[in-house]
Design a protein around this ligand. Structure first.
Ligand code: HEM
Length: 570
């Protein structure tokens, strides 16, 4: 997406310092870094003046030059910092991460007002340098405009189609839960780390939709793919990623977690390319087997819209998005479920009693859920308490907006993406791209130094909008005991299941999770199948202190790395 602006120009000073390859920590590099810092300082000072001119910009902590408010942010748990700031600044406030402005929306009412009542305005994504570089604006999660609409439509309809096909997704989850139980039984009640089996079981569901196959839990391919996604998710909360997102040109010169993320993404994308190249050869449009086949069939149709959007780049990123989103979130939720059942054995027992009464030894199915209010309430509470995507994925406004009396400037959309999308750039595009044209002129006027500062400065204008899901799931106006694990949040006095509108772990509005139905099915069937077969408890001497565990990271969290579980047969 930001390719034009994020490629490194041949600036003699930089080239000399890096020799085009590795970094050498010489005096030259120090000079380069100092120069960059000075440029950033000037840009920042200019921006601060500009921000002061933005009428009614939401209040927030005073930013320092260059770093903004990073010094007061808990990098691993920014949602906790935001909750504290909301006490002082209210439910709509501003926060500066480096030179990028963010508006934080706190509390269910505020989030609903933005994402539902003003849905059209708040459904864009900002340019986040790390994701822009990794996806180049393709796929569904981080894409924008018409490209996003086409990819989202395709995703929703294809996920629906595969749920209603001959072998429904529910059947596949049921079958996979049998493999999972078989695997856990093989531990014979000894302590084990559940991470690989749970991840593999959940991954097999999305893999069946994408590629119509399943992997054994020890298969090196699935282990490698899961490892790549998992490592990337963990690295998202690294300070290197924050540095990259604030100062991409500077961070590109340095080694660090961002480089690992790009390498992992490349390896993952290569796997996808190999897979769809093979599928292309076998494709029968009249007998589509999976999501990749459905996509390739769209390419074959040759309609104008399909030619524009259904290109290989979008396919690679879309499959990567669905694999990552489909695997990480659901398995993390299930692992929270097991952990909480160990922590609260009396709740685990009540769920098992309900399973015994309603399902007995039959295979759990979605239709059982309506007769199982207690289990349903426990699953909702696991998702509320686990809170695995506390800040959702950042949003942006599609135009300048006045929201609840505050002015939120539009985050300037990348002109290349708006005009060219993922098509091949051609000279005729130039007349619709005044900004890019101006930048190219400016590059020529300034020589090689300008591209480092000018394009990125403009892409930082406007504001990123963070809908703090965490604040809705902990909203004391909606939940009686927000900090406790309390299934009663979802039960009425007669023990019936009770909906709560502030329960929004999948977010709400036009950007809400595209896999919500699938995820709910997986969580219900895997969770009930596990508790039908096992009672989970910690190994002797293990301390289960929930507060010692990470509560999630910037986007998608990983947790419970080191806790082992004992699963005795019932
Ligand atoms: C417990 C499981 C899951 C949770 C809690 C979850 C949560 C979320 C959240 C909070 C978002 C961001 C929404 C926003 O920007 O406002 C999201 C987006 C998304 N999720 Fe999920 N998700 C889960 C499972 C899945 C699964 C299984 C899939 C796919 C098969 C999936 C696919 C997606 C996609 C494609 C998006 C991007 C939507 C867009 O930008 O239009 N998710 N999810």
């Amino acid at each position: 997406m930001l390719k034009l602006f994020s490629e490194r120009p041949n600036i003699p000073l930089f080239s000399e310092a890096t020799k085009g390859h590795e970094l050498h920590f010489t005096m030259d590099l120090v000079t380069v870094l100092l120069s960059v810092v000075v440029i950033l300082f000037l840009v920042n000072t200019f921006r601060n003046q500009k921000q002061g001119n933005d009428k009614n910009f939401p209040p927030g902590p005073k930013p320092l030059p260059i770093i903004g408010n990073i010094h007061i942010m808990d990098i691993g748990k920014p949602h906790i910092t935001f909750m504290q700031l909301a006490e002082k600044y209210g439910t709509v406030f501003s926060f500066r991460i480096g030179m990028s402005k963010s508006i934080i929306l706190c509390g269910y009412e505020t989030i609903k007002d933005a994402l539902i009542n003003h849905a059209e305005l708040f459904s864009e994504r900002p340019n986040i340098p790390l994701f822009s570089e990794a996806t180049k604006g393709h796929g569904v999660i981080f894409s924008t405009g018409e490209n996003w609409k086409a990819m989202r439509r395709f995703t929703l309809s294809t996920l629906r189609d595969y749920g209603m096909g001959r072998r429904t997704i529910e059947d596949k989850i049921t079958e996979e839960s049998e493999y999972l139980i078989h695997k856990l039984k093989s531990y014979e009640g000894k302590a084990f780390d559940n991470i690989t089996s749970i991840y593999a079981a959940v991954t097999n569901i999305i893999v069946s939709i994408l590629l119509s196959k399943r992997f054994d839990y020890e298969d090196p391919t699935i282990l490698r793919l899961m490892g790549l996604v998992n490592e990337n998710v963990k690295l998202l909360s690294s300070p290197w990623v924050v540095l990259y997102n604030c100062f991409p040109l500077l961070a590109k010169l340095l080694p660090g977690a961002h480089k690992t993320i790009f390498e992992n993404t490349k390896e993952f994308h290569n796997f996808i390319i190999r897979t769809f190249t093979k599928q292309k050869k076998e494709l029968d449009v009249n007998d589509q087997r999976n999501l990749i086949d459905a996509y390739l069939a769209k390419q074959r149709e040759g309609k104008a819209e399909n030619i524009k959007f259904f290109n290989n780049d979008n396919l690679i990123s879309l499959v990567g998005d669905l694999f990552g989103a489909g695997m990480e979130t659901t398995s993390t939720t299930l692992r929270w479920g097991i952990l909480l059942m160990m922590k609260y054995p009396e709740i685990q027992k009540k769920v098992q009693n309900e399973i015994e009464r309603v399902i007995g030894s039959a295979q759990p199915q979605m239709e059982h859920r309506k007769e199982m209010p207690y289990t349903d309430a426990v699953i909702h509470e696991i998702q509320r308490f686990g809170d695995i995507a506390p800040a959702a994925v950042p949003h942006a406004t599609s135009q300048d907006v006045t929201f609840r009396g505050y002015f939120i400037p539009k985050k300037v959309q990348n002109e290349i993406e708006r005009v060219i999308g993922s098509a091949q750039p051609q000279m005729e595009h130039r007349k619709e791209m005044p900004y890019t044209d101006a930048v190219i002129h400016e590059i020529q006027r300034f020589g090689d130094i300008a591209p480092a500062a000018v394009p990125h400065a403009t892409s930082q204008d406007g504001a990123t909008v963070i809908a703090l899901i965490h604040s809705a799931l902990r909203d004391k106006d909606y939940f009686e005991k927000p900090e406790e694990f309390y299934p009663g949040h979802f039960l009425d006095s007669a023990g019936n299941f009770k909906k709560n509108e502030a329960f929004i772990p999948f977010s709400i509005g036009k950007r809400s999770c595209a896999g919500e139905t699938l995820a709910k099915m997986e969580i219900f069937i895997f969770f009930t199948s596990l508790l039908q077969n096992f009672t989970f408890h910690p190994p002797p001497g293990a301390k289960l202190d929930l507060l010692l565990l990470p509560w999630g990271q910037q986007m998608l969290p990983t947790l419970m790395k080191s806790v082992l579980y004992l699963a005795d047969r019932l």
